[in-house]
Ligand binder design. Sequence first.
Ligand SMILES: [Zn+2]
Length: 433
Amino acid sequence: MKKAKYIIRKAKIVVKKSCRNIGNSHRLARVILAFAGVMMLVAVGVLIFYKPARHFVVVPPESHTVIDIKSGDTLSKILHEHGFSGQDINGIANALKTEAKFTTLHAGRDKIDFVRPAEGLPISKIIIMDGPWNRVEVNCGTTGAWNCQKIEIERDTRLTYREGEIKDGDSFYVAGSRAGIPAGVLADVYDLLAFEMDFERDVRAGQKFFVLYEENFASEKKVDNGRVMAVSFQALRGNVQMYRFVKNDGNVGYYDENGNGAIKSLKRTPINNAKITSSFSGRRKHPVLGFTRAHKGVDFRASTGTPIPAAGAGRVVARSFNRGHGNFVKIRHNGTYETLYAHMSKFAKGVNVGTNVKQGQTIGYVGSTGLSTGPHLHYEIIKNGQHVNPMTVKLPAINNLDSKDKPAFMEYKARIDSIVSSLKDNPNQIVRL
Ligand SMILES: [Zn+2]
């Protein structure tokens, strides 16, 4: 008890002491305020009579104005709208052409960033964002002349694996989308498989497929998808497998698991994802004429205006109209093969008799001209002057691997196979080739 009382008394003393301190600090504050007042007078004096050296000025942040290129925009029009003189516009255009080989802006894709050293100052730098991977910087030099330089954006390419299965009633497109394959990649896969598959009759529930493709990153951010590196589909005729491979001479191709060229000289289905409405047959009842007559080609349903790509490279030997075919184009691919495309609504610009066309180049557009009950593509393959079934004819590969490339391909294929099985087990890992 005695001890406790003593502690309380001691505490009271402490409280009294601290109060006295507060009184002292009021006096101290008055002193500080007086001192601060004097200091302020000194500071004002310094501000009035002392001009600081330039390099002491704080640099304000750059100001950016980014504009999207719309159709009808030209560089000179945009520069004019941003207050550039005719002389500057010429200087900038010349610098771009000679120093960066840059000539045209692409509407809907390109952007321009106008940079000012600070808000309200004249534009000192123009950054042209020419697609996701190209940058050209145009700078106003100290002499007032414009100069430019290309800026490389570092591309980090990673491999992505997606697998799927055809369910009852699925098209390959539906199953591929469900598997998470982006539409652009799926279109490339279609282009590849169209050499080997008939999407109408080769697709059944239970079939499995996978795609290995590139995804491009810049600064850890996904920018776009790259190329299809491998694809596999369990078709009715057997597993279709393709690998993208760069040959010794730098040429690129797709090859099957044995190193045979997967890209055929002709495509069985020129229009991707188009349903077959009538197959090749020796005899069939003609839907318009009513009597039985051979169907010398395959009909693909497609809406009017759908572009028709050339099934293979060759020379246009007919671009004409007749009662049965309506508007049609015939291409001679080599001494053996010809293809014919009928019922077109119109021909593609620049496609005439004698024109050399590339595989996949648009030669015309789907329509219903001639003897036709609705818009579709009638497609024929003629081998040595005889009509053959486009879906079953054996087609030659464009290029095969020679004895030099074959061992390199087999080694590469083993590497791709191991990447596929590793990504299959753990799809989230980062894999680069
Ligand atoms: Zn037909």
